[in-house]
Design a protein around this ligand. Structure first.
Ligand SMILES: [Zn+2]
Length: 236
């Protein structure tokens, strides 16, 4: 590590012009008719000298500049953020991308790393039992694909793919919920009111059971336990 030695001429000029400014402000004589002009001249000279010094320091090798001089140098905010981002990427094993639907963010697409040693990732539905991976535009069982082929993506590719899948799945889920909602009314076992299935999760999105969320009392029930009747007029 080098050390900072100021460029002699530029440094001396800054010091002497700064002293002129001090003299013009602290030691000015009220009876001096040139007082204002001397002050204005001195502050301009100081700014010019400071610029010359900064430019001279810029021309020095990085390791001979003052610590923190370069914006990319260690200690700067940007450098810190970059390092943190790299560290997170190197340590992360998993990212979760929520489905982009308007039904309340149910479900997610999971980006999962094979091993920490490699930048190889899978895009999966995150299911505990029989997980699926997204490859070539479709969900395939990891069991049938094999681990090797299940991780075809770099992190960047996997995240991009996951966002596309989340958008697609979100829209599909929304359409499914809407179709279900429009087809039937359900009776809430808690408050006994009939209501459309406005909300709730389903088995096709990894839940154990389909759940009916009652918009009247707010309770959640197994849809299979609810009385169901065809909706009159095809929905609200
Ligand atoms: Zn209810």
């Amino acid at each position: 590590m080098g050390m900072y030695h100021p460029p002699v001429d530029e440094h001396e000029t800054v010091v002497s012009t700064a002293l002129h400014v001090v003299a013009a402000t602290h030691y000015s004589r009220a009876d001096d008719p040139h007082e204002d002009a001397a002050y204005e001249y001195s502050i301009e000279q100081l700014a010019l000298a400071a610029r010359a010094l900064a430019e001279a320091v810029d021309r020095k090798p990085a390791d001979e500049q003052p610590i923190g001089w370069s914006k990319d140098e260690q200690g700067s905010e940007l450098h810190h953020l970059r390092q943190e981002s790299l560290l997170l990427r190197s340590l992360a094993q998993e990212f979760r991308v929520p489905l982009t639907n308007t039904m309340g963010g149910y479900g997610e697409v999971v980006v999962r790393r094979w091993t920490l040693a490699e930048d190889r990732w899978q895009v999966t539905d995150g299911s505990m039992t029989d997980p699926k991976v997204w490859i070539d535009g479709q969900w395939l069982s990891i069991g049938s694909v094999g681990l090797e082929k299940a991780h075809p993506y770099t992190l960047d590719e996997a995240l991009k793919t996951a966002h596309q899948v989340a958008e697609y799945e979100g829209a599909t889920f929304e359409a499914w919920v809407k179709a279900t909602k429009d087809a039937y009314e359900y009776q809430c076992p808690q408050c006994m009111r009939w209501a459309f299935w406005e909300n709730g999760r389903g088995t096709q999105h990894g839940d154990e059971v389909d759940e009916f969320w009652c918009p009247v009392c707010g309770s959640e029930s197994r849809a299979s336990l609810c009385e169901r009747r065809p909706a009159r007029g095809g929905g609200a």
